[in-house]
Design a protein around this ligand. Structure first.
Ligand code: CTP
Ligand code: MG
Length: 249
């Protein structure tokens, strides 16, 4: 039997930092809503049956968006196996609900979690994560930190005091996709839900379970649409698609 690969897309946030108005996942980036771009990039990998896997998509969304997204998926992705569920109050809860939809997986099938808001994801990053999972238990897309970081302490006055300057070469910024074997991600999220742990990414839970996490080559352009200026930046990246992307191979 072919190995299955599930793309689990958390798209159930409230977009608070984007502000009022159209939900952020429906905002227009060069003629396409954010979520349609995200799904489009993933659908390409599914359609190519990359590495001979049997692909499915699980879309975790909100009451407000579910009907629109179902209509969008039947218009653009009717050839792909997509299931839908409603999310929870946190990303951790939303991902957990998505995992709950997986009922037919073998322990070593793949599950790649990818933020609905990361609409500039490229095929290259997705396939790097899949290739990594052929060998490793947990893999996630990442880029070396570009800026100098400061460890700080917030003083009682509210001022921010610098404590130290860590060596930047020891830090990577984590992106998505973040890939697991089904058995591994289920254990991570069972623990998170049972113990009330909330994490902003998936690999933090893998670390808690002691699973080894290997980083795969991400792109700096894989930004998460979060605040209003990200729409303008993403639009410009779509227009140019010219990037310089260092990574330690
Ligand atoms: N997400 C989710 N369920 C939540 C919170 C977030 O599915 N309860 C999803 C978002 O839809 C997004 C991804 O997780 O695709 C990353 O979250 P983030 O960028 O923080 O989006 P929001 O939580 O929607 O934005 P904000 O934090 O500004 O409210
Ligand atoms: Mg959020």
């Amino acid at each position: 039997m072919e190995r299955k690969c599930y793309f689990l897309i958390p798209a159930a946030g409230s977009g608070t930092r984007m502000g009022a108005g159209l939900p952020k996942l429906m905002r227009n980036v060069e003629g396409s809503p954010v979520i349609l771009r995200t799904l489009g990039a993933i659908a390409e990998v599914c359609r190519k049956r990359y590495s001979g896997l049997d692909y499915r998509i699980i879309l975790v969304t909100t009451n407000d968006l579910i009907d629109t997204l179902k209509a969008m998926c039947s218009e653009y992705f009717s050839d792909i196996n997509i299931s839908f569920t409603l999310g929870g109050a946190t990303r951790t809860e939303s991902v957990s609900k998505g995992i709950g939809l997986i009922t037919d997986a073998a322990e070593d099938d793949f599950v790649l979690v990818h933020d609905g808001a990361r609409c500039l994801i490229t095929e290259e990053e997705i396939t790097a994560c899949i290739d990594g999972l052929m060998v490793h238990e947990v893999c996630a897309s990442a880029v070396p930190v570009k800026n100098t970081l400061k460890q700080v302490e917030v003083l009682p006055s509210g001022e921010v005091k610098v404590i130290s300057t860590p060596d930047r070469s020891g830090f990577y910024e984590i992106l998505t996709p973040q890939g697991f074997r089904y058995g591994g991600i289920r254990k991570c999220y069972d623990k998170a839900i049972n113990e009330g742990i909330t994490a902003t990414d998936d690999t933090a839970l893998a670390e808690l379970l002691g699973l080894e996490v290997i980083l795969t080559k991400g792109l700096y352009s894989n930004l998460k649409i979060t605040t209003p200026e990200d729409i303008a930046i993403a639009s410009e990246i779509v227009r140019s698609r010219g990037e310089s992307e260092p990574f330690h191979d």
